[in-house]
Design a protein around this ligand. Structure first.
Ligand SMILES: C=C1C[C@]23C[C@H]1CC[C@H]2[C@]1(C)CCC[C@@](C)(C(=O)O)[C@H]1[C@@H]3C(=O)O
Ligand SMILES: O=C(O)CCC(=O)C(=O)O
Ligand SMILES: [Fe+2]
Length: 390
């Protein structure tokens, strides 16, 4: 993914060291002295958890599972068929959920269940390789695409108990095989079938995302086409999450508490369970449903809705029994797209909450200056204001 450079403001409280840093603490441990390696084949058996993976007491997941969040899944069947009543019913449910916590489930989405199964199964072709093989796709500092074994070398504390593989998808005729080409490029010809599977999966995710954008447009009263057109040429991110077994799951987190900085997330989790959403001041478990996709609003869409819809606060916990996998499609507009809410969503009674910005500038902020958490958009807003070049 090209990193689009911002106008060059002074560095964002850059530490002197070039090693890892994160916004929550700037203690810089040089990886050169004792490089921390997160090898899933090793860490799954470790009873002693390295300090860097142990979360602060107030963020630890605790040993008892939280209550389940029970919300009615939204049936997309009629919505996608143009059934007015189905669209009206669904848009009311979406409006209620997104105003409150930014999370909902969709069923009857039309995505082939065999494709979903294949997308889960193919993950193991990559993640079960030896670490050195996986590191052929190693993600570079400041970039989003590639393989990461936790984020050793990127962050210095509160490291997530996961491996990730992230890649770009463009809904654009000019890039019809971008995913397949990426994997053949970094892993070789024997990864062509792997790339084809995720090319097809991303095309399905883009299709469902644009359908949900019609629903969101209707629910906000701006009409079906407004957001669909805005995201038509989306330049999105696909991420495969692989959470190894952890012997001390009450000390660690697979993915820490955060709001996705992107616009909309379409997530499919396997049957293990571990996704949690923060609603009514408490964490709630999302019970896996193989027929449902989890959909959550991200920071960029919260800004597009002028704060009317909430970016969903969520996290993922791990367990001491079995590996967990999830497929996350992060819908994002083109890099240079300006994030400005439609005029009808801002006015004297509801003033603008966020400045105009491009998606690429927010993405770069999360990749080079700030570890995305539950305050990213406010931190980004402050950063823009404090570096305003007039
Ligand atoms: C734009 C992105 C940054 C992250 C991947 C996508 C959307 C979600 C973001 C992330 C998952 C939020 C939690 C922190 C993070 C560092 C992670 O745990 O992976 C975030 C991703 C990233 O910066 O790599
Ligand atoms: O794995 C999950 O269930 C959640 C992952 C997530 O929130 C993310 O990748 O942004
Ligand atoms: Fe997320």
């Amino acid at each position: 993914m090209p990193t689009v450079s911002l106008p060059k403001p002074p560095p964002f409280n850059k530490s002197s060291s070039s090693t890892s840093e994160d916004n929550n603490n700037n203690n810089n441990i040089s990886e050169k002295i004792n490089p921390l390696v997160f090898d899933s084949k090793v860490v799954q058996y470790q009873a002693t958890i390295p300090q860097e993976f142990i979360w602060p007491d107030h963020e630890k997941p605790g040993s008892t599972g939280p209550p389940e969040l029970v919300i009615p899944p939204i049936d997309l069947k009629g919505v996608f068929d143009g059934n007015e009543v189905a669209m009206s019913d669904a848009s009311k449910l979406v409006n209620e959920a997104c105003k409150k916590h930014g999370f909902f489930l969709v069923v009857n989405h039309g995505i082939d269940s065999e494709l979903i199964k294949k997308a889960h199964h193919y993950m193991d072709h990559f993640f079960e390789m030896q670490l050195l093989q996986k590191q052929r796709a190693q993600r570079k500092v400041g970039e989003l695409c590639g393989y990461a074994s936790s984020f050793t070398g990127r962050f210095s504390s509160k490291l997530p108990w996961k491996e990730t593989l992230s890649f770009r998808f463009c809904h654009d005729q000019q890039f019809p095989t971008i995913v397949e080409d990426y994997f053949v490029g970094v892993m070789g010809e024997h990864f062509r079938d792997f790339g084809k599977v995720y090319q097809e999966y991303c095309e399905a995710m883009s299709k469902i995302s644009l359908g949900v954008m019609e629903l969101l447009g209707m629910s906000l009263g701006v009409g079906k086409e407004y957001f669909r057109e805005y995201f038509e040429g989306n330049d999105s991110i696909m991420r495969l999450n692989y959470y190894p077994v952890c012997q001390k799951p009450d000390l660690t987190l697979g993915t820490g508490p955060h709001c996705d900085p992107t616009s909309l997330t379409i997530l499919h989790q396997d049957q293990v369970g571990g996704l949690q959403v923060f609603v009514d001041d408490t964490w709630h478990a999302i019970t896996p449903n193989p027929d449902a996709f989890v959909v959550n609003i991200g920071d960029t869409f919260m800004a597009l809705s002028n704060g009317i819809y909430k970016s969903c606060l969520h996290r993922a916990v791990v367990n001491n029994k079995t590996v967990r996998r999830s497929l996350a499609f992060f819908l994002s507009p083109k890099m240079d797209k300006l994030v400005i809410p439609p005029k009808c969503l801002a006015g004297p009674n509801n003033p603008r909450l966020y400045p105009d910005f491009t998606w690429s500038s927010l993405l770069e902020f999360t990749q080079k200056h700030y570890r995305a958490d539950m305050k990213t958009l406010n931190a980004f807003t402050q950063w823009i204001i404090s570096h305003q070049i007039n």
